[in-house]
Design a protein around this ligand. Structure first.
Ligand SMILES: Cc1ncc(C[n+]2csc(CCOP(=O)(O)OP(=O)(O)O)c2C)c(N)n1
Ligand SMILES: [Mg+2]
Length: 605
């Protein structure tokens, strides 16, 4: 008979008691893995996880306004902490749970750890259907929480309290694995949450999960060094993995020593200082001409911590050298093998350290280096040109972004929300919670603001000051431009009244009836300090004023819908209708077909 000491806890209490004792350690630095639990209570979690959080206040509970938002906050927090710390998120059953699906997808796609604890339908079933229960004629073993399966890296439904003893260690293995991390979902039937079980005391002992820095295969590493030495025009594509692995210093060492220029992905922004002479800026569809020109002719692409999304590769048109081949440094084999690359499956920091030694004495041709540096300078001049546009009557988005860039503290944090509308404010909150000593600037469009502005309230409740720059252009400037490029004239992208049952496109110009929406008043009603601006000068003044405001502040300004920047030789495959009665669409289709023909496979090795 096993005489283990035990403690009777509800399943929900056991979860919280377990989570608060999970730590991670990397490079000798140890910290708790969970910063607490976001949650919104309903019948699916109030008496279970809600009661447990109440009983264990040392595991801090944070109230959110919207379940999607709290998962965004958790993911942004985890990103800022280089994935070494995150939040649990608890929701009720049904709509509270499915509200988290978008957040789960965002976290998993971006390889960011979040632990989701949605309430689930009764395991004992006698009272079914519980309010909001999805029913099926072919099984009773289904609920809306099954929607989390494809967007979770680990998914489980806890039908008996003792299942935690094997489920929670699995959840932690996945959450703390640099290669596997993403959303982890434990669906918790509302009755089982409240049921007690005699859990072994040992289950609740402090556990430290070592975050490994795996090294790639030695042979492959030597081959990679030989490829780099043999290359004439190598290019580094730096992704989020550089940041998560804290490999920025060694990346700079390699760049300085070998003279290889760098293009950055969205998640990799900041891998190398923006003013480093070999930083060519963003690469791909949303990239700079500097990075895109070097990419076009590169004979060797060295991807580091990138998943090669279509933005990065200009939909597989970015690399046009017929001989081009790739080396991928990535902790995740799925990514390491992309583009038929030589895979260096390992942690970016230790891999680059080993590569640095193997490349001792190697440097690119001085002309190649000089050319890249000149492109860097030319790009800086182009940025300056955009920043100094003074468009009237409404300022351009570019000059406003420039003002924020120039007037914010160099250590301030701005975050790109993976192009998920609704992410910005919730994500900004997570970042501020992770880096409370830094200014956090949230730049958000009117469309995205209208989708989810709710966490302004949470930021005020928890005294986390955000600086929100709200750029109002009465609709979707970005998708409006995309629409025009597809020959569709901005259809459905303006916030105006329909006219005689039809949607005014851009052809209607100013001859439209705008909506009676006052976003500044909306922000004020949520408790924010709001500064309304009309001109660029007002905007600059507001950016100074917000330095001293005492709470979340919103700088509201209208901006021009049409002033745009060029595409800088990047491309994005958005397929155009093959047949259409609109001649503008036919013309766009012809243009698209020409670019589509340039898309390529990578088969060189
Ligand atoms: C949740 C979600 N829905 C739809 C989209 C597609 N989309 C991308 S940008 C955009 C418009 C954003 O408008 P706004 O926030 O006002 O910014 P603007 O483009 O006007 O600068 C849309 C609809 C998306 N990225 N995310
Ligand atoms: Mg807009």
């Amino acid at each position: 008979m096993n005489e283990q000491a035990t403690k009777r806890l509800t399943m929900a209490q056991a979860i919280i008691a377990f989570l608060k004792n999970q730590y991670v350690e990397r490079d000798g630095r140890e910290q708790p893995f969970f910063a607490g639990c976001f949650g919104i209570f309903g019948h699916g979690n109030i008496a279970g996880i809600g009661q447990a959080l109440q009983q264990m206040p040392e595991f801090r509970y944070y109230q959110a306004r919207n379940e999607q938002a709290m998962v965004h906050s958790a993911a942004a927090y985890a990103k800022t902490k280089n994935r070494l710390q995150t939040f649990a998120c608890t929701s009720s059953v049904g709509p509270g749970a499915t509200n988290m699906v978008t957040g789960a997808a965002l976290a998993t796609i971006n390889r960011l750890p979040v632990l989701l604890l949605p309430g689930d339908i009764f395991a004992r079933r006698n009272v079914a259907p519980v309010l909001q229960q999805l029913e099926s004629e072919h099984t009773q073993d289904i609920s809306v929480n099954d929607c989390f399966k494809p967007v979770s890296r680990y998914w489980d439904r806890i039908m008996r309290p003792e299942q935690l003893l094997t489920a929670l260690p699995e959840a932690m293995r996945v959450l703390t694995s640099p290669a596997e991390t993403g959303a982890v979902t434990l669906a918790l039937p509302e009755d089982v949450q409240t049921e007690a079980y005699a859990y072994p005391d040992a289950f609740f002992r402090k556990r430290i999960w070592h975050i490994p820095r795996n090294r790639p295969d030695r042979h492959s590493l030597e081959q990679a060094a030989a490829w780099i030495r043999a290359s004439k025009q190598p290019l580094i594509v730096a992704g989020g993995g550089v940041l998560y692995a804290e490999a920025t210093d060694v990346l700079q060492d390699i760049v300085d020593q070998a003279g290889i220029p760098v293009g950055e992905t969205m998640a990799g922004k900041g891998s190398l200082r923006f003013d480093h002479p070999l930083n060519l800026g963003a690469i791909g569809a949303t990239g700079t001409f500097a990075a895109n020109r070097v990419a076009r002719d590169a004979d060797l692409v060295i991807g580091i911590g990138t998943r090669y999304s279509d933005f990065t590769t200009s939909s597989k048109t970015a690399f046009q050298n017929p001989e081009v081949h790739s080396i991928n440094i990535n902790v995740t084999p799925l990514d390491a093998y992309k583009q038929f690359a030589l895979p260096l499956a390992g942690d970016a920091k230790v891999t680059l350290e080993e590569l640095l030694t193997l490349l001792d004495g190697y440097s690119v041709d001085p002309n190649y280096r000089t050319n890249a540096e000149q492109l860097h300078t030319a790009w800086e001049e182009e940025v300056e040109r955009i920043y100094t546009i003074r468009n009237t009557p409404l300022p351009s988005q570019g000059e406003l972004i420039g003002a924020v860039n120039e007037l914010s503290d160099p250590s301030a944090i701005m975050e790109y929300g993976y192009s998920c509308m609704g992410y910005e404010i919730a994500g900004g909150l997570g970042i501020k919670m992770a880096a409370p000593d830094h200014d956090v600037y949230v730049m958000v469009g009117d469309g995205s603001y209208l989708m989810m502005n709710s966490e302004i309230v949470t930021s005020i409740q928890e005294h986390y000051k955000l600086i929100i720059v709200l750029l109002d252009n009465s609709g979707f400037k970005s998708i409006g431009a995309l629409s025009r490029s597809l020959g569709q004239d901005g259809f459905g992208t303006r916030y105006v009244y329909p006219h005689n049952g039809r949607w005014p496109t851009d052809a209607a110009g100013a001859d439209v009836q705008t909506l009676p929406v006052d976003l500044a008043a909306n922000a004020r009603s949520l408790g924010a300090h709001v500064i309304e601006c009309k001109t660029y000068a007002d905007f600059v003044a507001a950016l100074n004023t917000v330095q001293t405001t005492d709470r979340t502040s919103v700088i509201y300004i209208q901006n021009d819908r049409y002033v745009a920047i060029p595409n800088y030789e990047g491309w994005w495959d958005v397929p155009v209708a093959e047949v259409s009665e609109m001649s503008s669409v036919q013309a766009a289709r012809a243009e698209w077909a020409a670019m589509r023909a340039v898309e390529r496979y990578f088969l060189e090795q």
